[in-house]
Structures are given as structure tokens and as C-alpha cells.
Design a protein around this ligand. Sequence first.
Ligand code: FES
Ligand code: FES
Length: 156
Amino acid sequence: MQISVNGKIHNVDAGEETPLLWVLRDHLGLTGTKYGCGIGACGSCTVLLEDEPVRACLTLLGEVENKKITTIEGISPESNHPVQQAWEELQVPQCGYCQSGQIISAVALLSETDEPTDEDIDEMMSGILCRCGTYPRIREAIKLAARKISEQRTNQ
Ligand code: FES
Ligand code: FES
């Protein structure tokens, strides 16, 4: 089956019922997307499917044919998306395990909302669990990234 990941078409030899998470990690070697719970409860496997955040552990290969998938490896060519810059500036990660899911979800939020409120942030991010408790820094980093995106727009 052919799938489009991070702007490239891949031929994947796996059954339609294979979870996308295993396709990404085992077939394509994209290990930035993490396995946490495998039952849709932790959010560490979050990727973008047509710009919407989805849980890769619950999404089946058969559901993603001809759809655009973006993983943490694909959100910017130089790893310098404003969200990534803000994450680095504010030193958000602790152990880092949940952070690709957090960043992907933050990118999705900011693609829909220019100036997210605390409530917007909580609503989007509450499903991505962080055992290290980095939530306050995540909130600040999302606001910083929103300012960076708005500055980029004004400078264009
Ligand atoms: S591994 Fe997919 S939600 Fe936890
Ligand atoms: S940084 Fe450790 S789980 Fe979130």
C-alpha cells in the first residue's frame, strides 16, 4: 500500500489492519513517534493526518491511504518550526518521552488558533500525558510560538 509521510510516498508491505504507529516506527524507521500505551490514552504517538492530530496507535494503515501524514520528523525541514524554537528556548522537555506528541498537538492548535487562551491550550493538550509534569512550560511555549508565528507573518 502507498502512503504519504512527510511529503514522500512510501510503499508499505503490511496489512490494512496494522496500526500506523508500527508502520511509522518499524517499516519507515521514523522513531520520533513514541509508543506509550497503545490504547489511545497517552497521546505520545500523536501525528497529523491531513493536519488533524490523530493517535497513530489507533489509526490503521487501511485508513490512511492517499492521505497526508506528518510526523515530528516532518514538521519543518531544519527542525526550526516556531513551536520547536519555543520548546528549545523555554527548555520544555524533561525526559522527553511525550514531547513529540506535545509538539505535534501544539502545531495543530496553532494552525487553527492564532492566539490560544489557556482554555484553548488545555482543551487541545489535555490528552497528551506528561509523566514529568512539564505542562506549565508547554503552556508558555505555545504562547511564545504563537508570538513567533505572528512576527514571521508581519515580516513577510
Ligand atoms: S501510544 Fe497511542 S495514545 Fe498512547
Ligand atoms: S517530558 Fe517526560 S513524559 Fe513528558
